[in-house]
Every structure is written in structure tokens, then in C-alpha cells.
Design a protein around this ligand. Sequence first.
Ligand code: AN0
Ligand code: CP
Length: 317
Amino acid sequence: MKNFLSVKDVLPLKTALDLAKEVKANPYADQQLGKNKTLLMVFFNASLRTRLSTQKAAMNLGMNVIVLDINQGAWKLETERGVIMDGDKSEHILEAIPVMGSYCDMIGVRAFAGLKDRAYDYNEVILNQFIEYSGKPVFSMEAATRHPLQSFADLITIEEYKKTAKPKVLMTWAPHPNALPQAVPNSFAEWINATDYELVIAHPEGYELDPQFVQNAKVEYDVEKAYQGADFVYAKNWSVYAEKNYGQVINKDRKWTVDTRKMAMTNNAYFMHCLPVRRNMIVTDDVIEAPTSIVIPEAANRVVSAQMVIREILRTL
Ligand code: AN0
Ligand code: CP
């Protein structure tokens, strides 16, 4: 694996899941593989899990890790070519990226969607600049349109908890006060669509996701219908994808909040969320604290997904 940007980079999934299992069973088996190799993690946005789990994964593989928070202590970066740089940006990303590449063997990048210009976001401008100009393998730690390390951890978790071969997975939109990217739901749909599970995506009118991620999943606008018979309930907020009000919040209706009444309509479903989660907006205290809530093992599996990916990249160096 050279770069890790989407599910396409780890197909077939069966092999990816087997490698993940191997890493989980024996996390310190490859300490020599990463010796004298350096991972640089670049964050344009905040993080708790991605920061810690990816660093832990690299340490398990014997690597050195450098972390750069672009918004804390680094020069402000210009990302557009051709701009006369007489404003507050001290450095251009076109110098910064090759410089960063010269200090490491691979780069993890977190660069969320700006949610102002859909074409700019969906062209993955920042991520692609890292791929083009760093000279090093690049993996996504949530880019504008996908969060593949999260989706991979989600899939590993479902594989561990599922009680039937082809579980019914409900991904439901839930309310949030702020405008959030579509990366997590896009990516989750893309990964689940690569399995033979049944995927239902539920959301209010106006929250339709990009069809390239939805594919043949069933889209449900009736929140109660959506829960019926679900084996997993995966909650997430996202902002509008449609061009006309891209990136906006058009609904905060708490009838979409995951609660015990709706969970009772499921097949005793497990509750999942990528975290961070806003209690009593996305999910009630009762549901997230129930024994069927698997958000903590789901987050723990972020080490496993990151370690599988970094190990595969190390093997190509
Ligand atoms: C981010 C998002 O929705 O993409 C990160 C989730 C992993 N969430 C927030 O900004 C709250
Ligand atoms: N789930 C996830 O990526 O969390 P962080 O934003 O805290 O890294």
C-alpha cells in the first residue's frame, strides 16, 4: 500500500480484516519494521482519538512520531496558488509540504472540509497537494470527503460484535448545533457498501449524501421505520451536501436523537458513534451508557486500523 485514502486502498476487505486481526492479536510483533522510520502527523483540525491512536499504532511498530498542529505554533499557510501573499499567511503550502516530507518516511494528514465550496472540498485539494508534493506515502486522518481509518475501525468492530452473517446496519443522521462535514458518513457508507451487509441510511429531507457513497443503500426518511430490525445503529450528524445550501444546518429536530424508545424497535441493536459525541443531541445518556453501547471498543479499534495501515505502508518503504 502506497497511500491510504479510501476503502479502495485495502481491497479485498477480507484480507484487510485478517491483517487487522493479526495486528490486534500480536501488536508488538513488528517492532523492527518501524525502527529508524519516522511518521509525521499533520493536523489542520482538532483531534483526540486520531492523534492518540495513530501515535500508539506507530509506537507499537517501533517508529518515531512527530506531530505538527498547523494552527498552533506553525506559520499560517496559504493554500491557493497565485495569491499575492501580503496578508496574514507567512508561508505557502507548496514549500511547507516538501519540507515536511524531507523530515519523515510517511505523513498522516487531517484536513477537514471547509464547507464553503463543495467543488474545492470534494476535489480533496489539500490532501492531493500532500500526495503530489511530499514525495512520501500519505494516509488520511480524515480529509474533506472521507475518514477511512474511522470506517475501518467501525468495520472491525461490527465484525467482532455481529450475531448474524449479514447484519442490518442503520446509519442515522442526528441533530447537532454546528455544521459538520460529510466525511464520516460518506466513508462509513462506502465501507459498508463494500461488504455484504444490509445498509439503511436515514435522514431528514435535504440531507441526501453524495450518490457515489450511498450507492445501492436504502435511504429512509421515516425515522421510526428505519430502526426496525436493525442490528447496529450508527449515529452521525452531517451538514447539507446539496449544492444550493452546501455546508448548512437546516434541521435540529431532536426527534432524530437516538433514544431508548427508538432503540427498542431494533433487534437489540448495538449503538455506535465515531466520537466526539454530544449527549442528548445525538444520543441520550441512557443509550450511550447502556451495555449495548460499543463506542469505547469502537474507539479502541482505531489503534488496530491505524496499525494495519501503517504496517502495510512500512512494508513498501
Ligand atoms: C468531526 C466530524 O464530524 O467530521 C470529527 C469526527 C471524527 N466532528 C466534529 O467536528 C464534532
Ligand atoms: N473519531 C475521531 O476521529 O475522533 P477525533 O476527532 O478525536 O480524532
